[in-house]
Design a protein around this ligand. Structure first.
Ligand code: TUI
Length: 316
């Protein structure tokens, strides 16, 4: 492929966009739709048992002949099984989240798998580069779900200055302005999660999609600061109960127990009142359901107009 962009070249894709690895949301249908749309679709292993993950990989291969990847959530009890399923099925790309990807890199790099850890600090970026990562997703705290403590605007340029591998920016990127913004910070690609939850091909419950479409600038909150696992969700009765428990001085075990099964409840059952409606701050900028291909086209075709404006020198 003829490309200057190292993310496009590395992944063999048409647009430098990776879909977020969202547990319960990112299945074969969504991953194939994003890959067919010219980006890199991702199946989130989440807490899937090995046989379910394998079925999803095989299903994706019936839906697309383009490359796609698997996200391995390192906090998950099934992470080691997911690594073996990926190895067995020769999945070409893996993204990782919520932990140090050393064991993923050690097992999969010798097979030729491209490994792209999601990181939330400069120290983590440097460490994964040393461990042999092919690129990093630098994820700012605007993102949904499990997050770090640095914003995208401040994290991305520092990561870009600290590593030699390509940087893919995540957290708050949901339109062409966001793409231009993070490329100006040194990113060579974007990872988009929340906007793809509302893709036509996403199997997230309609009630979950509606919460994202309804969201405004301050609709998301971060809970779990007390347990050391901050998570961004749309505010509801569950996030308020988390806040109450955290203030009451409840034990970490008690607080974490409240979260068990709540993401599945929201995504699969549509329990948006007492489920975990994980979403990034950019939920406020998502206003409709549309095909994944259309989302990708809007993100990259819209950049031309912004670059024209910048070319007319707005600083003069
Ligand atoms: O992983 C994510 N986002 C996620 S995972 C998830 S599933 C979940 N469900 C319930 C509670 C908590 C999580 C939902 N959203 N984003 C990528 C990300 N990775 N953000 C921060 C990190 C991270 C954290 C620690 C990356 C590396 C890391 O390394 C620790 C170390 O030892 O270096």
């Amino acid at each position: 492929m003829l490309a200057n962009n190292r993310v496009k070249k590395l992944l063999g894709i048409e647009y430098p966009i990776v879909q977020g690895g969202m547990a319960w949301v990112a299945d074969a249908d969504l991953a194939a739709a994003v890959s067919n749309g010219g980006g890199l679709g991702i199946i989130a292993a989440g807490s899937m048992p090995a046989d379910v993950l394998e079925q999803q990989i095989l299903k994706a291969r019936t839906l697309t002949d383009k490359p796609f990847g698997v996200n391995i959530m390192l906090l998950s009890a099934t992470a080691d099984d997911a690594i073996e399923v990926v190895a067995k099925n020769r999945v070409s790309v893996v993204t990782t989240g919520a932990g140090s990807p050393g064991r993923v890199i050690a097992r999969l790099k010798p097979l030729g798998t491209i490994v792209i850890p999601v990181i939330a600090s400069v120290a983590q970026a440097r460490r994964v580069e040393r461990q042999g990562a092919d690129a990093v997703v630098a994820e700012g705290m605007e993102a949904g779900g499990h997050i770090g403590e640095v914003t995208t605007l401040v994290l991305v340029p520092q990561v870009a200055d600290s590593v030699g591998i390509p940087v893919i920016a995540a957290g708050g990127v949901s339109d062409a302005r966001g793409v231009v913004a993070v490329f100006s910070l040194g990113a060579e690609g974007v990872q988009v999660g929340t906007r793809f939850v509302c893709a036509l091909e996403s199997n997230a419950h309609q009630a979950y999609k509606n919460e994202i479409i309804k969201a405004r600038d301050r609709s998301t909150v971060v809970t779990g600061m007390a347990t050391g696992h901050p998570v961004r969700c749309i505010q509801n009765r569950l996030t308020k109960e988390f806040e109450r428990l955290e203030k009451s001085g409840a034990s970490i075990e008690e607080i974490e127990k409240l979260g068990t099964g709540k993401l599945r409840a929201a995504v699969v059952e549509g329990d948006v009142d007492f489920g975990s409606v994980m979403a990034g701050q950019s939920a406020a900028m998502v206003d409709r359901i549309q095909p994944a291909r259309e989302i990708i086209m809007e993100l990259f075709q819209g950049t031309e107009e912004i670059l024209d404006i910048l070319n007319r020198n707005p600083f003069r």
